[in-house]
Design a protein around this ligand. Structure first.
Ligand code: FPP
Length: 267
């Protein structure tokens, strides 16, 4: 049973939005492309890294809120394989913000029974980042609540490439491996998790940016003009309310009694 008292100020506009959410039809997996940190900073005459620093506050709020909403999985896109093209200082700051987040937020993750998982080629990151991640992964291993995936040094194409390599390696040692969507899914970084039902992208860009390319085949996409550092609980509630109005057919059709009558008449 979701405790809504911790999710909105009584009588606030966010409480009105929260009331519109049907807790029986929640997305199981929410994925987020956090975008617009640089623009947020530029708009305030600040260096880009200040946008990332401010973005950590949104990360904190959304992780905690998603856990309280009892989502099964939350995936945040924090650093892509392509992000290495950014200035060295920006990359260095991002890595330090991540380490700092892990250090400061570990207790909150534990208090909310959140299990951390990292997806991407994260073991190629700086040793100090890998160590910080390993500590947090081990500490939250026993947690039974929401699974929080951080996508780091991540690329959807690399994920599929890595899955193919592992399939071939298993096949080469004589394991029975079929090539079908279920098998491929078992070799992805997100193995065992449901595919995202809802994908949120902030800052108005209409791109997938190499994120979860296999898994988002049937995700509902919600794009907001809000930059990530301004993204707060009400934006998340609005996205969920909107998601619940979508007619998800997964390539099928909705069986409508009128359609059946027409089909019978035409026979
Ligand atoms: C995109 O904005 C954002 C990123 C590449 C990094 C996101 C990282 C954080 C929010 C902080 C660290 C993460 C965690 C999990 C603690 P952008 O810089 O591309 O924005 P722009 O398109 O406006 O330039």
């Amino acid at each position: 049973m979701i405790d809504t008292t911790q999710l909105a100020e009584p009588g606030s506009p966010e409480e009105m939005l929260l009331r519109r959410i049907d807790f029986e039809r929640m997305p199981r997996h929410l994925a987020v492309i956090m975008d617009g940190n640089g623009r947020w900073a530029r708009g305030r005459g600040l260096p880009r890294v200040e946008g990332h620093r401010a973005g950590v506050k949104s990360v904190r709020e959304i992780v905690e809120t998603a856990a309280r909403l009892e989502l099964e999985v939350l995936t945040l896109y924090a650093f892509s394989v392509e992000n290495w093209k950014r200035p060295r200082f920006e990359v260095w700051t991002l890595m330090n913000l991540l380490k700092d987040y892990l250090y400061r937020e570990l207790q909150t993750l534990l208090d909310n029974d959140i299990r951390l998982r990292v997806i991407g080629r994260w073991r190629e990151l700086d040793n100090s980042v890998v160590k910080a991640l390993e500590v947090a992964l081990e500490a939250t291993e026993h947690c039974q609540g929401m699974c929080f995936n951080i996508a780091l040094n991540y690329s959807g194409r690399c994920e599929i490439e890595d899955a193919c390599r592992r399939i071939v390696a298993d096949w080469a040692v004589g394991k029975q491996v079929d090539i079908d969507p279920e098998t491929i899914g078992r070799y992805l970084y997100t193995a065992g998790q449901p595919d995202p039902d809802l994908l949120i992208r902030t800052s108005g860009e209409m791109r997938l940016s190499n994120f979860l390319l296999w898994q988002i085949a049937y995700s509902e996409i919600w794009v907001t003009p809000t930059n990530w550092p301004d993204f707060r609980r009400p934006h998340l509630y609005q996205a969920i309310v909107d998601f619940q109005t979508r007619d998800r057919r997964f390539g099928g059709v909705k069986t409508d009694s009128n359609d059946l009558l027409t089909a019978k008449r035409q026979r």
